[in-house]
Design a protein around this ligand. Structure first.
Ligand code: SIN
Length: 279
């Protein structure tokens, strides 16, 4: 197994590892170590079934239910992320960490490329340790004591509020139409690395706890702009039949919507922590 950095901000490509059969304990540990070091791993040219994806997800935690989209038929825990030729908006086309509006957001998510456009459809990843470290000591002091309130109700959250205005064939809505809300520290200490990551995102964070949305907005807007600066970002150019796994505790991602007229289909598994220590 070869691990080589994909960009200076984060990410690594893992070559010479066949994920279609069960990994031995040593390889699993090497993958987990690389994951802690690089925050996002890309495994090109893998021939995998939805059951394989769930087995691989199991190396990182438990398969979780994504609350806003139906499962792939016959495969609970696997979501099909589709942008069809005639669609105008995509899924995940906003900087975010996954489902921070839930009490225990997923530690990681896995995406497998099934159908790719001839060009475009890349995913951007940003390093939230770098974003935190680049803040001034004064702002870090202020933010360390703060919690952020996330909601699924923001317009940008899932795109479901945009139905009727923009065309998207993928159904992204909660079964009972309920909005979800959860509160998390703005300065998130990663349970494995012990490093601090900035943990607010423009898709879901609406205010600081104990402050109004109007009071919170200027500082949140500053942070949302700060965290996506190019030096913190690695761009993943997909290849056919490839997997990316990212750590939601210390990264954010953004799916580019730049391939109008073409189809992109990905299979996605959301991964929750197996225990409170790694949450
Ligand atoms: C997501 O936000 O999970 C989708 C990312 C992508 O499709 O590139």
């Amino acid at each position: 197994m070869q691990v080589r950095p994909l960009g200076s901000a984060l990410g690594a490509v893992v070559d010479e590892l066949n994920l279609s059969t069960e990994l031995g304990a040593d390889d699993r540990q090497r993958v987990l170590d690389a994951f802690a070091q690089y925050q996002m791993l890309f495994f090109p040219a893998q021939s995998l079934t939805p059951d394989d994806l769930k087995r691989i997800a199991g190396y990182f935690g438990n398969v979780a239910q994504y609350p806003y989209a139906a499962d792939l038929a016959g495969h609970p825990g696997v979501t099909e992320v589709i942008k069809a030729e005639h669609d105008e908006i995509n899924f995940g086309g906003v900087w975010h960490s996954d489902t921070t509006y839930t009490p225990n957001p997923p530690v990681a998510s896995l995406l497998y490329s099934r159908v790719l456009p001839p060009v475009g459809g890349d995913t951007l990843f940003a390093n939230m340790y770098m974003a935190w470290d680049a803040l001034s000591p004064g702002l870090q002091r202020l933010l360390r004591k703060r919690n952020g309130v996330s909601t699924s109700a923001l317009r940008s959250s899932t795109g479901n509020n945009m139905r009727g205005k923009y065309k998207r064939s993928m159904k992204v809505e909660h079964v009972d139409n309920n909005d979800l809300t959860a509160t998390h520290p703005v300065a998130r200490v990663h349970p494995v690395t012990g490093k601090t990551a900035l943990y607010v995102n423009s898709a879901h964070t609406k205010n600081f706890e104990g402050m109004t949305e109007e009071e919170s907005r200027p500082l949140l807007e500053f942070l949302f702009t700060h965290l996506k600066q190019p030096e913190f970002v690695t761009r993943l150019q997909w290849q056919p039949d490839s997997i990316a796994i990212w750590d939601n505790r210390c990264t954010q991602h953004y799916a580019l919507n730049d391939y109008h007229g073409h189809r992109r289909v990905m299979h996605r598994v959301t991964i929750e922590s197996r225990n409170a220590e790694t949450r």
